[in-house]
Write a protein that binds this ligand. Structure first.
Ligand SMILES: Cc1cc2nc3c(=O)[nH]c(=O)nc-3n(C[C@H](O)[C@H](O)[C@H](O)COP(=O)(O)OP(=O)(O)OC[C@H]3O[C@@H](n4cnc5c(N)ncnc54)[C@H](O)[C@@H]3O)c2cc1C
Length: 441
């Protein structure tokens, strides 16, 4: 691959350069376990002023006017009553990009019409809550086989490898100009779109204005070599997954107005912006170019799915529509850090617009996608906010993923899976208050 025109080989991906490089893994170098909240953080906490309450979910942030004053949570297993906890100073919400907007909307912060439909008292009309939902996507089934032997692979003796180099982890992350010679016309066509045309008809003007800003930025980025739109995991076999790292179609995460306490409605609106399809087809054609590289010629690679004859925009586009997977489990954007007039939910200090004492610290604040997986960016958000709060210790009560400096949390894969497992028992549950707990922080 390194012989493809323009592909660079930086030492790693940290320098902001596109190309072919090695990436680190958050895994235990001895046991090979992936790092996640429990083994990376909770198991090692030995402080008196930290309490983790499991098998409960927060249903609601409590307000005194527009000032957050505490949270209310309910058990997710067995019978139990709702409990209200008073915050001494501040509430920090970190329920991830799917459940942070859910909790905000349940608490009366979100698009007014939606909240009214769900009969939730409006605390702040904030149209951007749950909108701007983005993820990365991929086409998994572009398959090739070598019909004449196999190229030699480097011998990897897993038993003898330790430390961060123990996993394969060679990736290509390429800017769009490296993927297709048509990058300029595709970028220009995208720049010329009317921003409202590919958003739902009832989208709030602020959210449309925010999309217009996103569109301007991404139309320019499509022309930049060092903004990675294509992701490809280099593996020993032929073909593989081609990943679309910056989806231009924005979706939403909203409460179900008829059952607000059940799981939220997650709508990817995948491929609703036609430029996404152009980019994904370009990515597939890039993979075909890679497999046609003369280094592979002796091994006679053959495309087995969808087949080299599926190549016109019409045929390939129809095939992509049937197989595209709009998630790499990297959801972001549903409480975006942007100005309120652009549909933003939190300000530069991560405080929720229009409220006092309430901030969000998780992947939902990212207004656009990094050119790779999201956990490291979440760590950085947590580090930054942690350093802010460590100056003001004893100040707050939070839930979900807390910041590393405060509570040392290493949010990772399994925590997200856990969130998907949270059961919707709270639906139809009579919410009772059992007095107020005070946490001594
Ligand atoms: C299967 C999978 C594989 C992934 N692989 C990678 C990878 O290889 N590399 C990478 O960089 N990223 C990966 N990610 C993405 C990464 O895990 C996320 O970007 C990161 O965890 C997001 O952190 P977060 O704090 O925003 O949310 P989360 O980690 O989801 O944390 C939110 C927490 O809030 C809790 N919560 C939710 N609702 C409530 C509620 N109402 N009350 C109380 N608590 C609540 C959840 O249980 C969860 O513990 C993967 C994700 C998944 C799901």
């Amino acid at each position: 691959m390194a012989s493809l025109p323009g592909v660079e080989k930086p030492k790693d991906g940290a320098g902001g350069t596109h190309g072919l490089f090695w990436i680190p893994s958050s895994i235990n170098p001895v046991t090979y376990d992936r790092s996640f909240s429990k083994n990376g953080h909770y198991d090692n906490i030995t402080r008196d002023n930290y309490e983790l309450i499991v098998e409960h979910r927060v249903n609601k942030i409590l307000f005194d006017g527009t000032t957050a004053s505490g949270v209310q949570f309910v058990p997710t297993v067995g019978d139990g009553v709702a409990v209200s906890v008073k915050a001494k100073k501040e509430v920090i919400l970190a329920a991830g990009a799917i459940h942070t907007p859910h909790v905000l909307q349940l608490s009366g912060i979100g698009p007014k019409a939606l909240l009214e439909k769900a009969r939730i008292d409006v605390v702040v009309d904030l149209p951007g809550v749950g909108q701007k939902f983005q993820d990365q996507g991929y086409v998994s089934s572009v398959a090739f086989e070598f019909t004449n032997g196999r190229p030699p692979s480097p011998a990897v003796d897993v038993e003898r490898i330790t430390g961060p180099t123990m996993s394969f982890n060679v990736v290509a992350r390429l800017g769009f100009p490296l993927v297709t010679e048509h990058f300029e016309s595709i970028a220009d066509a995208y720049a010329g779109q009317n921003p409202a045309d590919h958003l739902p008809a009832n989208t709030a003007p602020e959210v449309v204005a925010g999309y217009a800003a996103f569109q301007k930025l991404h139309a320019a980025q499509l022309k930049k070599k060092n903004v990675s739109f294509l992701g490809y995991l280099v593996n020993p076999g032929p073909g593989g997954n081609v990943m679309h790292l910056h989806s231009l179609s924005h979706g939403s995460v909203n409460i179900d107005p008829s059952k607000p306490f059940s799981e939220p409605i997650v709508d990817y609106r995948a491929l609703s912006n036609p430029t996404d399809l152009q980019i994904i087809m370009s990515n597939i054609r890039w993979l075909r170019k890679l497999m046609a590289n003369e280094a592979f010629t002796p091994y006679a690679p053959k495309e087995t799915n969808p087949g080299a004859n599926v190549d016109s925009d019409e045929d390939l586009g129809a095939w992509v529509r049937g197989v595209y997977i709009p998630t790499l489990y990297h959801p972001i954007g549903t409480a975006a850090k942007m100005p309120r007039e652009l549909g933003g939910v939190v300000d530069e200090g991560l405080l929720v617009h229009g409220t006092k004492g309430l901030s969000v610290v998780d992947a939902s604040i990212m207004p656009s996608m990094p050119g790779g997986p999201t956990s490291q960016t979440v760590y950085m958000i947590a580090e930054k906010v942690g350093s802010k709060f460590s100056k003001f210790s004893n100040f707050f009560f939070g839930f979900g993923m807390l910041t590393r400096n405060f509570a040392g949390c290493r949010s990772h894969q399994v925590s997200s899976v856990d969130s998907a497992r949270v059961r919707p028992e709270s639906e139809d549950r009579t919410v009772l208050s059992r007095g107020t707990w005070r946490l001594s922080l």
